[in-house]
Design a binder for this molecule. Structure first.
Ligand code: NAP
Length: 304
């Protein structure tokens, strides 16, 4: 029997992974934040996953953080801003033999988490789409792919077999950091503008000059940070994404509309700090970040 999968964060992405691992026969245990959350989960009778017109409730075992035992494999599926606090709570249960998979979007939280534990940290970048329609009820909204890698150790972990048998589309890659940077750059070129113009992704076709100058600055940043592959053809890919997802609202737009905290610190905020560190003057990116912070202030949402 392969080792147990502990999954912290029974939200959209954590729930999607948990349900697929569980139904393929893997040993899965959800870690919920406290006894109250555990009681609500027990009342729900499990985790429901909906795909197309199929819905199924999976009775995945769960514990609260206080009652969780030692962890050998952890999927950390919280938002980026919650990851350091969540991992600190679990730190006593994590050893040098633990593998921790970090599903957070953007950059910055991964380093924070890695500095708090002795474990091997595996970084992930996913294009899968899921959302919570209610507590412990997840909708699988878009098939995609997950890239996994460890910048410190190129050896693929044995548990990739579990992902295979659970039909979680994935690849092990030796350039995960470059992929995370590329995704961050795509996000910086699209998401903040969709918030400021209150539009779907396709609405940015009316602001192509602005998008182009942002891509130019982001490419400079990627080059300066030693990520030339991530810089190549950025504007072309941004346009492709805008066209392919023209009818969609970006994740940041959805967060703002639903009055949820955004992950900007780990996206455009991270890009601006990286530019400062490189002593790069990127006026459009800086101005965009300032406009976004101002917008969040005006809408009563945190700017970090
Ligand atoms: P989500 O639905 O908000 O789920 C986050 C979960 O983390 C929640 O269930 C939350 O618990 C839990 N959590 C936070 N702090 C915790 C703690 N201290 N102890 C226990 N549980 C804790 O978020 P998501 O959409 O799955 O996103 C997770 C990450 O994946 C984000 O960085 C996101 O950008 C990235 N991502 C998401 C998608 C997607 O389609 N959803 C796609 C690609 C990447 P409560 O329920 O108790 O609040």
């Amino acid at each position: 029997m392969s080792k147990r999968w502990h999954i912290l964060g029974a939200g959209a992405l954590g729930g999607l992974w948990a349900a697929r691992l569980f139904r393929s026969g893997c040993d899965v245990e959800l870690i919920l934040r406290d006894q109250q959350r555990l009681a609500s989960y027990k009342t729900a009778g499990g985790l429901t996953l909906s795909e197309g017109d199929q819905s199924h409730c999976y009775p995945i075992p769960a514990v609260s953080i206080e009652t969780c035992g030692p962890i050998s494999r952890l999927l950390l599926a919280s938002k980026a801003y919650d990851a350091p606090a969540a991992i600190s709570q679990l730190a006593p249960l994590i050893s040098a033999d633990t593998d921790v998979i970090l599903l957070q979007n953007g950059l910055g939280s991964q380093e924070q988490v890695a500095s708090l534990i002795p474990a091997r940290c595996i970084l992930a970048s996913s294009t899968e789409g899921a959302f919570r329609q209610a507590d412990f009820s997840i909708v699988f909204a878009g098939r995609g792919h997950t890239w996994l890698g460890d910048p410190l150790n190129a050896m693929p972990p044995s548990w990739l077999d579990d992902l295979q048998k659970s039909q979680i589309n994935h690849d092990w890659t030796d350039d995960i950091v470059s992929r995370l940077w590329r995704k961050l750059a795509l996000n910086c070129a699209i998401n903040p503008l969709t918030v400021l113009y209150d539009c779907r992704n396709g609405g940015l076709l009316e602001h192509q000059a602005e998008v182009a100058s942002l891509c130019n600055e982001l490419s400079q940043l990627l080059q300066a940070c030693g990520m030339p592959t991530a810089a190549t053809g950025l504007y072309e890919q941004v346009l492709q994404v805008i066209n392919a997802t023209a009818a969609n609202y970006s994740s940041m737009h959805q967060d703002v509309t639903q009055k949820r905290r955004t992950e900007i610190t780990y996206l455009i905020g991270y890009a601006c700090i990286a530019a400062e560190r490189q002593q790069l003057e990127l006026p459009n990116l800086k101005a965009l970040n300032a406009r976004l912070c101002h917008y969040l202030d005006a809408h009563g949402l945190p700017r970090h």
